[in-house]
Design a protein around this ligand. Structure first.
Ligand code: AMP
Length: 306
């Protein structure tokens, strides 16, 4: 099944208490595709400038990532600089340089318009709507957004919500979008605006899947070493959508399994700087970690209370 992601292809400079990187491969589409391609080939739509290390992207193509939909524009690539607090709980954006991303207007190559599984990474909701208008018959559409669009492009975002199957956001974004501090009520508010499902990511506290009639929760994988939380949410989305595309499913139970694949990919993302956490990971490692999730979340209920 074909899986498409539209999002940022960035050069990230990240500072954590454990070290720093400069101009490392990053961006929502990169994290998504590096994680998702462990399960299903991924086609990427994005934009890079003339300064982007194209060779590094091409090396990743061997994992099953198709970069042919990434436009090469004249100018500087999108750059993002962020710094984490000592406990990695909060992050400050030091700099965002949009470069060629400022005038990005995604044009899907003919070969990408038939994709069945689509993830609209965090870009202007007008552009996300523009991508949807170029697609033929997507089977499942998920999207992300951020505070900037929630504040600045609310009407367009609401129009988008009515057209997607799943909104995947973090808890702060869900609160801001709904105006409600309680994430369960916030998710309910979002469900009433169109999406059939809402996924709310809560970092080290796991992720919630809310559907109209039931709720599912997946913890984060218990890790003793965390180096860089950047991109965990996009890697989660890559695992979630990659699993659904691979299994060719959209059933309620497959959504629960997809949550576990999402959380698994999030755990690989945070274990190294940038996308390095995925360097030595193959499908066997993913499946082993998914099995561990099944084990450590299993509750062996007694038939009756003794
Ligand atoms: P996350 O940790 O899930 O928030 O994702 C971090 C990634 O988002 C980094 O790789 C950044 O390059 C990218 N990013 C940061 N700001 C933006 C933005 N305004 N638009 C698109 N991507 C962004």
């Amino acid at each position: 099944m074909s899986l498409l992601v539209v999002g940022s292809v960035a050069l990230d400079s990240i500072y954590t208490p454990f070290g720093e990187t400069a101009d490392a491969l990053g961006g929502s589409a990169v994290y998504f595709s590096v994680a998702g391609s462990l399960l299903n080939p991924v086609k990427v739509v994005g934009v890079i400038g003339q300064d982007y290390p194209v060779k590094e992207l091409e090396q990743l193509a061997a994992r099953g990532i198709d970069w042919s939909g990434v436009e090469r524009a004249t100018g500087e690539s999108f750059r993002w600089k962020g710094k984490y607090s000592y406990d990695l709980q909060s992050r400050e954006t030091l700099e965002t340089r949009l470069g060629v991303f400022a005038t990005f207007d995604p044009k899907l190559p003919e070969s990408h318009r038939d994709a069945e599984y689509v993830f609209l990474g965090n870009i202007d909701p007008e552009l996300q709507l523009g991508v949807l208008s170029q697609m033929r018959a997507p089977k499942l559409i998920a999207c992300d957004t951020m505070n900037y669009w929630i504040q600045g492009k609310r009407p367009q975002l609401m129009e988008l919500l009515a057209r997607v199957d799943i909104l995947m956001v973090n808890d702060t974004e869900a609160r801001e979008l709904s105006g409600d501090w309680n994430i369960h009520r916030a998710a309910r508010w979002i469900l009433a605006r169109g999406p059939k499902r809402v996924v709310i990511k809560q970092g080290e506290h796991g992720a919630l899947l809310m559907e109209p009639d039931r709720t599912f929760y997946v913890p984060a994988f218990p890790l003793e070493e965390v180096f860089d939380p950047t991109g965990a949410g996009d890697a989660f989305a890559g695992g979630f959508m990659g699993y659904l595309a691979r299994s060719r499913q959209t059933s309620p139970d497959s959504m629960r399994r997809a949550m576990v694949y999402g959380s698994t990919m999030g755990s690989f993302a945070v274990a190294g700087f940038g996308v390095k956490g995925f360097d030595a990971i193959d499908l066997g490692d993913v499946l082993a970690r998914v099995q561990m999730f099944a084990d450590f979340t299993h509750v062996p209920l007694a038939e009756r209370i003794e």
